[in-house]
Design a protein around this ligand. Structure first.
Ligand SMILES: [Fe+2]
Length: 325
């Protein structure tokens, strides 16, 4: 029997409907992987629906076919934003799905090396979408699940951070990309921390210290992966600091917190408050924003004001999707 390590899970919607793939697809049944579609057979939207109706959320490909799959996806991603066949919201759905595919690979395995190009393309596509209109980010966020989930947390922090940065005047795509990447990877150091600590309600002193070391682990991870950009590294390192010095791991104060860090602190806090976790009940967006403004000593005030303005628009429009301007 073939081993589990030989197969990679893929999100069904990431397959390109109507296209005959160059590789076979498998279904997992217990410990076994069963051939579902041999290569060259077309996979349609109806097939996807049928699988979903049967409670199947993932298909599998063999590890050796990952490159072919990635090439298909990358070719497709590039065309989403400019596609004439997809509506503004449909584009958001596709982009969110692909960001999930690669965020999931990286954030659950820590394997950034083999996914650098995919992550880069995904964030660049998000930026192209976000720049269509100031409130385009809302459509991407509408697709997030707000449960305790490191993958969607990484994606959301990335989206909030890029949207805030854009509003603050970081309009060139290189800065937006750096901020988006820092947002996506800020918690990757948590992979080094025992899962039991992360899910526990009450931690003892040593456990808490270990959990609060994760920004340092994230920094180390980036350096091990040949990251040389200090703005990204420092942004990630500072994402739990606070302007009044009450944050961690170093208790830095406003003047010593990096600019990307100041953005990530706000993005991270807002997404954490609005999602459920092992030790908190999630707040709605308006309450989260109020709570942050009541504790504004923790944040760069100018950035918080801009974020509040951006998000109050989202809150007031939360039942109607953003339109293309
Ligand atoms: Fe964190």
């Amino acid at each position: 029997m073939e081993k589990k390590e030989n197969y990679l899970p893929i999100i069904i919607e990431s397959l390109i409907f109507g296209k005959n793939s160059d590789y076979p697809l498998y279904i997992r049944s217990g410990e076994n992987y069963i051939l579902y579609r041999s290569k060259a057979l077309i996979f349609s939207q109806n097939d996807a629906l049928r699988l979903k109706n049967n409670g199947v959320n993932r298909l599998y490909i063999k590890n050796e076919d990952k490159e072919k799959y990635d090439n298909d996806v990358l070719e497709h991603i590039e065309n989403i934003v400019n596609s004439k066949d997809l509506g503004f919201e449909e584009k958001a759905v596709k982009i969110y799905i692909y960001s999930k595919v690669y965020a999931e690979y990286v954030l659950t395995t820590g394997n950034l090396k083999n996914n650098k190009e995919n992550i880069k393309k995904t964030i660049e596509t998000m930026i192209d979408y976000l720049l269509i209109s100031e409130f385009a980010f809302m459509n991407l966020l509408n697709l997030s699940d707000y449960d305790h989930n490191e993958v969607s947390h990484g994606i959301n922090v990335s989206i909030y951070a890029m949207s805030l940065a854009n509003r603050l005047g970081f309009t060139n795509k290189i800065s937006l990309f750096e901020i988006g990447l820092a947002g996506l990877l800020h918690d990757i150091g948590k992979l080094k921390i025992p899962k039991t600590f992360l899910l526990k309600k009450e931690l003892n002193e040593n456990e808490l210290k270990e959990v609060q070391t994760h920004p340092i682990y994230s920094k180390e991870f980036l350096i091990q992966n040949n990251m040389e950009n200090n703005d990204i590294i420092n942004g990630v390192l500072d994402h739990h600091e606070a302007s009044d010095g009450s944050g961690y791991p170093f208790g830095k104060t406003e003047e010593n917190i990096s600019t990307y860090g100041k953005i990530l602190i706000i993005a991270n806090r807002f997404d954490s408050l609005t999602r459920s976790g092992p030790y908190r009940i999630k707040l709605n967006m308006a309450d989260a924003l109020n709570q942050m403004n009541l504790n504004n000593d923790l944040y760069n005030n100018a950035f918080l004001t801009e974020f509040s303005l951006l998000m109050s628009k989202k809150i007031s429009l939360s039942h109607s999707p953003a339109q293309e301007l």
